[in-house]
Design a protein. Structure first.
Length: 398
């Protein structure tokens, strides 16, 4: 049997090599005081006893006498061949009208501009270890255009096989003070994205926020040129209504396979409106999305949820907010214990449980937070549990 080695990502600089202890840790059992426990990080060869201690640390819930395993998200284990053995597989889906087999979770890269190359590599490696193969960019992410794309391209080098195994998408259209879906801007921005990312092609290009001055023929011309040149393989939109998508389709030949939209347990108008239609006097019945979910399901469009933990439009997160969402957090914590995951995973599970096969974009740069939340893609919430979360978030079942 090949002896395992462990590569730390990122390395713990200035600490002893044999094993190092951190003062705190996080398990997948939920956010409770008993979560704080030491973790051990190893470098080099491990003995059988060390491997057992390193890979299988246990934390016991004092009230429920429940034992939960605590995976270490930043350690990657290699066999004799040096090939990465991913620690888990994740729920995946094939995007409609494509051969792209993608994870249900995307890693959003809008916050990496100030990270070191080593930390970016560790973040991407941690995502791959967690089963994430989908990376989300935009030309505007960073203090200047393409900054985060360039940080990613400088830090991460994929072999041809690795590049084929991951999906990279970027977005275009937002400029300083205005939106721009002109042919010229789309073509120029994609070339700049490819140079920054140091890749020959994008698997997906999304039109970012809707340009009300859009000329569908200009978008169609850009998409045709990008596709024929092999620079972009698939296309979609972000924050678009069904009507805006249909307008684009009047000229665009390629299928629009993705619509990235804001969605969380507490910010869910695209779901709540359809559950209380035609009810005068009920705020929830106002349809702000023009049937986004039904349109997506009818037209083979995959929805991607951004800000899955936000209360509203960048108003802070609802997780742990007991002043505003006490009942919701009680239910989330209860389900987190039941499924042996963190509260963040339950918030993710509520989205991925929907039969529209909605993907979730996680924008954290913390590997443990990412791994904990991503576990929600595999949590099989029951129908009663899903609706219990819905009502405890303050939504109405008429």
């Amino acid at each position: 049997m090949a002896q395992a080695t462990v590569q730390l990502s990122p390395p713990a600089e200035g600490l002893p090599v044999v094993f190092q202890e951190l003062s705190s840790g996080r398990s997948r059992c939920g956010r409770y005081p008993w979560l704080v426990a030491p973790r051990r990080l190893f470098s080099g060869r491990l003995s059988r006893a060390q491997r057992k201690q390193r890979v299988d640390p246990m934390i016991r819930h004092p009230a429920l006498n429940r034992v939960c395993r605590e995976p270490h998200a930043s350690a990657r284990v290699f066999g004799r061949s040096g090939e990465l053995r991913h620690s888990r597989t994740m729920k995946s889906q094939t995007l409609p009208n494509t051969n792209l087999e993608t994870s249900s979770i995307l890693l959003g890269l809008m916050r990496i501009s100030s990270m070191t190359d080593a930390d970016i590599r560790s973040l991407v490696g941690g995502a791959r270890d967690a089963g994430i193969n989908f990376f989300d960019h935009a030309d505007i992410y960073g203090a200047e255009p393409h900054e985060c794309e360039k940080r990613f391209g400088d830090a991460v080098t994929f072999s041809a096989a690795e590049r084929a195994a991951v999906t990279i998408q970027s977005k275009v259209g937002i400029r300083s003070g205005f939106w721009d879906f002109s042919t010229e801007h789309i073509l120029r921005s994609v070339d700049e994205s490819l140079a920054a990312l140091q890749t020959d092609y994008l698997d997906l290009l999304l039109l970012h926020r809707p340009d009300t001055l859009v000329e569908p023929d200009e978008v169609a011309a850009a998409f045709d040129e990008l596709q024929s040149a092999g620079k972009v393989r698939n296309f979609g939109v972000s924050n678009h209504t069904p009507g805006q998508i249909e307008l684009l389709k009047s000229s665009v030949r390629q299928p629009l396979i993705v619509n990235q939209v804001q969605l969380s347990l507490t910010h869910a108008p695209m779901i709540t409106a359809g559950m209380s239609a035609n009810m005068a006097g009920l705020e929830q019945s106002v349809d702000r999305g023009n049937g986004i979910i039904d349109h997506a399901r009818l037209n083979g469009i995959t929805l991607q949820a951004w800000s899955p933990f936000q209360r509203g439009f960048f108003d802070g997160i609802f997780l742990g907010d007991r002043e505003t969402y006490s009942a919701l957090n009680d239910v989330i914590d209860e389900l987190a214990v039941k499924y042996e995951v963190t509260p963040a995973a339950i918030a993710v599970a509520w989205i991925t449980r929907h039969p529209a096969n909605i993907q979730v974009v996680l924008g954290t740069t913390n590997i443990s937070h990412m791994t904990d939340a991503a576990a929600g893609a595999d949590v099989p919430l029951t129908r009663p549990e899903w609706y219990r979360l819905f009502t405890s978030a303050g939504h109405v079942l008429p």
